[in-house]
Design a protein around this ligand. Sequence first.
Ligand code: UTP
Length: 293
Amino acid sequence: MPTPQKIRKAVFPAAGMGTRFLPATKATPKEMLCLVDKPLIQYGVEEAVAAGCTEIIIVTGRGKTTMEDHFDRSPELEASLAAKNKTALLEIARSVSRLAKVVTVRQPEPLGLGHAVLMAKELVGNEPFCVLLPDDIVDASIPCMKQMVEAFHEVQSSILASEVVEGPAISAYGCLDCSPHPGNPRLHAVRDLVEKPKFEDAPSPNAIIGRYILTPRIFEMIEGITPGAGGELQLTDAIKALLQHEKVFGFSYQGKRHDAGDKQGFLRATVELALKHPDLGPGFRNWLQEQTF
Ligand code: UTP
């Protein structure tokens, strides 16, 4: 039996244009938009680290260098805080750069999510890895990717996080054609994937969200597909191709996802996460309750 493989690396595709969030994203990367008190991408990086990842690979593009700076040391800021004895703030600034080893790779043009993942091929190498879309924020008592890594240890196959989306809203998602996996009610054996189906054609209400664990064969699959919807290399097309070679599982994670790449989703996430914030939450709740709107 082959040695079970560990998940050590997490890929963050972050080279998209963020058009749904214009004008905020005209010169600022969507992934650096601040949700309560930290940028979107930091939530994902913390989740990956909590899942045991030690290497973070950010796929960036033009105008996205602030992400590298965010996870790097900031000697001037640290020196200034240290000189003023602002130790708590100094610790906050330092802890971000200590989270994990962060490396970046460029996607020269935003040619799709599949293409973005392919850019990480050399850095990932021949091992299973996770992919986190930084604009999907998952609020969960056990971090979503940690739940997935545990499930991966059970099946040693690619796993796609999914959630139940009732009604016509399913048409906005990749949808799983799947059946229950004996022994673990959260896992579903995937037969097929249908990208953005009409409600009446959806094979199940299980929609794919922005958390994946993929085996390295996915790179070969991405290299073999042709541009799909929108002229982009679609990750779902590559996962469909992977199904011809390997098992793939859906995973019903426990938690609540916010689509923070969308203005409404971002506002809701802001309110919910602000209310839960240990320092800001109580004051914010009091203020909200006083409002008459
Ligand atoms: P999205 O479709 O949500 O991001 O892709 P987008 O294209 O930036 O946003 P809109 O739709 O124009 O508002 C999910 C993630 O994949 C990355 C994005 O940066 C985002 O984090 N992505 C997407 C890439 O890295 N490269 C691409 O070619 C496409």
